[in-house]
Design a protein around this ligand. Structure first.
Ligand SMILES: [Zn+2]
Length: 88
């Protein structure tokens, strides 16, 4: 279960990143900044889910998105297994 504080922290991070003020360390060790249109859309969608209370729930199966996933990709709308399924 995600705490309010945790979600608020993600919100601040997503907002900062949309403004180009936060960076993320990707799994391959590279830092990346929001730059593509897809990234912007994903970040705005994540903020919208925070507003409507569905943040942290998988948009595909409705189950909880793993916390470690949200840590790496706070804007992800899918849990690990759905992300795998949808990619294939
Ligand atoms: Zn899922």
């Amino acid at each position: 279960m995600l705490t309010k504080e945790y979600i608020q922290e993600k919100k601040r991070w997503l907002e900062a990143r949309l403004k180009g003020k936060a960076e993320i360390l990707k799994s391959d060790g590279q830092t990346s900044w929001v730059h593509s249109e897809d990234d912007l859309i994903a970040h705005r969608a994540a903020l919208a889910r925070i507003e409507d209370g569905s943040y942290g729930l998988c948009m595909h199966c409705g189950g909880p998105v793993e916390e470690y996933r949200l840590k790496i990709i706070p804007e992800t709308p899918f849990c690990f297994s759905c992300a795998q399924t949808l990619q294939n």
